[in-house]
Design a protein around this ligand. Structure first.
Ligand code: NAD
Length: 482
């Protein structure tokens, strides 16, 4: 029986995007994928036309209606004035889970790591990718790292549920919670809570730096990795590259309503238009898309034909190796070989089977009771360049009163007053911490009055952060050296 063609939204992207998308769509069509592509224009061209988001409303309309986007990479212009469309799309569409399988195809694709089958589950909406940045003083700019409990819970649950459904044995969490005790600390805490619900799956945590080193050195030790946005972005390029090329990994960006499928690599502008790009990353993303839209038989046919092509030593330049490959092919010729192999299975590499394709994973976040919150102080950040920490300390002390005492001044996080060290390098960006006695609650009026006293004395306040307790526990970090 003919199945109705599923409308999907397709973006050809920038750089090598159009070449690898043409290749992918040609293979999908030859394999009998029942899809009706709707083409949208996004990326560089739109940025240049003055659309700072890189996308127009009619493109959003298509994506929100089809709920599936197959997207080639786009170029993000450097510098200010425009935002990364990739990040915007992931966040606006609520695509919280970025699933990036990185697999070695030894001995048919050259790699130093012949045994590797890692799935990176990258948090996709939060972290430093909130993109909230400000210049606060002549010398200092800041970027806010935002991590939420529901955000952590969604991604961690997704990783365990993925491991459960796909018969994976272990989930590894990577964070930098030894330094960022509150943000990365929350991610790890939620990981440890959720792990208890999956006793049949091994769980472990590594600090991101040694975890990345181990991944690059002994990837066979890893199975599923779950990690915040920035680390996930970096380690998935590392993981893909050590399988043989960043050009052979695809990814699925999964949300509750919509999903976006793309290669993990960028638009590779230096090889654009040269018929050199490897279309495999986008093709494997399209395989994930076909499973998602319930066309697993076509997904399996394409994936096995692709594996058979690799096995025959027919390789694009990025994975060509003189001792392994039989022929070095351009994008178009490689595409034709995959099409020729449709219906074949690999002989040596493990053939894939999507007969029992997995159900889409849905996640329910548990409601937490709201804590009792009290304001117990304030960090007031100043732009000040007149003198030493002691000069500032002496000038700020008289601003305090019985309600709010000056407890310390830091510069870039390190305590410089009272009792700082003369060796500490100071910029023009100072944090003055005022607190109550024994975390007694204070009011915002007291804080405003303090700020008024300071501005009257000519201090340039660039930002404030309230210091709070939640259920009586202080919910702010100490100053370094405090
Ligand atoms: P890149 O991934 O485009 O390229 C890195 C290296 O890998 C280059 O040497 C490139 O030639 C090679 N490469 C990448 N894909 C390949 C393929 N399919 N076949 C053969 N070789 C391939 O990374 P970049 O140079 O840092 O970024 C270029 C642009 O892409 C930037 O504007 C960046 O913002 C953007 N980007 C977009 C996405 C996306 O759309 N999802 C992701 C990452 C980067």
């Amino acid at each position: 029986m003919e199945i109705a063609k599923k409308p999907i939204t397709v973006a050809f992207g920038d750089g090598i995007g159009p070449e690898i998308m043409e290749s992918t769509l040609a293979i999908l069509a030859a394999a009998g994928a029942q899809i009706a592509p709707e083409i949208i224009e996004i990326g560089e061209k739109l940025y240049h036309q003055g659309h700072s988001s890189g996308i127009k409303p009619d493109a959003w309309e298509s994506i929100r209606r089809t709920k599936v986007l197959l997207k080639a990479p786009i170029t993000t212009p450097q510098g200010g004035g425009v935002k990364s469309l990739n990040v915007t799309m992931r966040k606006m569409l609520g695509l919280y889970a970025n699933v990036r399988p990185c697999v070695s195809y030894a001995p048919f694709v050259f790699t130093k790591h012949p045994v590797m089958d890692v799935v990176i589950v990258r948090e996709n909406e939060e972290d430093l990718y909130a993109g909230i940045e400000h210049q606060q003083t002549d010398d200092v700019v800041q970027c806010l790292k935002l991590i939420s409990r529901p955000g952590c819970e969604k991604i961690v649950r997704y990783a365990f549920e993925y491991a459960h459904q796909y018969g994976r044995k272990k989930v590894t969490c990577l964070t930098k919670d030894n330094i960022m005790k509150m943000t990365d600390g929350l991610f790890r805490k939620v990981f440890e809570e959720v792990a208890l619900e999956y006793p049949h799956i091994e769980s472990e945590h590594w600090i991101i730096d040694i975890g990345t080193a181990m991944l690059a050195d002994t990837p066979e030790k890893f199975d599923v990795i779950v990690t915040p946005n920035l680390y996930g972005d970096i380690i998935s390029d590392v993981a893909a590259q050590i399988t043989g090329s960043v050009g052979i990994a695809g990814s699925a960006n999964i949300g509750e309503q919509c999903a976006m499928f793309e290669a993990i690599h960028g638009s590779a502008p230096k090889i654009a238009g040269l018929d050199k790009a490897n279309p495999s990353g986008l093709l494997l993303a399209a395989v994930q898309m076909l499973i998602h839209i319930d066309q697993p038989t076509v997904a399996e046919k394409i994936h096995n034909a692709w594996l058979a092509t690799l096995e025959e030593g027919l390789h694009t330049t990025d994975i060509y190796h003189v001792d392994i490959s039989k022929r070095e092919l351009g994008t178009k010729a490689f595409t034709e070989e995959v099409i020729r192999n449709l219906g074949k299975k690999p002989v040596h590499l493990k053939a894939v089977s999507y007969a029992n394709a997995h159900k889409p994973i849905t996640i329910k976040v548990k409601e937490k009771p709201k804590a009792q919150k009290a304001t117990v102080g304030v960090d007031i950040f100043l732009h000040w360049k007149e003198g030493s920490p002691n000069t500032l300390g002496k000038a700020i002390e008289p601003m305090a009163n019985d309600a709010l005492h000056l407890s310390m001044i830091t510069n870039r996080g390190i305590k410089v007053y009272p009792d700082g060290l003369p060796e500490t390098f100071c910029t023009d960006h100072w944090r003055c911490r005022f607190t109550t006695d024994n975390f007694k609650p204070t009011s915002y009026q007291e804080i405003l009055a303090l700020m008024e006293r300071m501005t009257k004395q000519g201090f340039d306040i660039v930002k404030t952060e309230n210091l709070c307790t939640f259920d009586g526990k202080p919910a702010f970090s100490l100053g370094q050296g405090q």
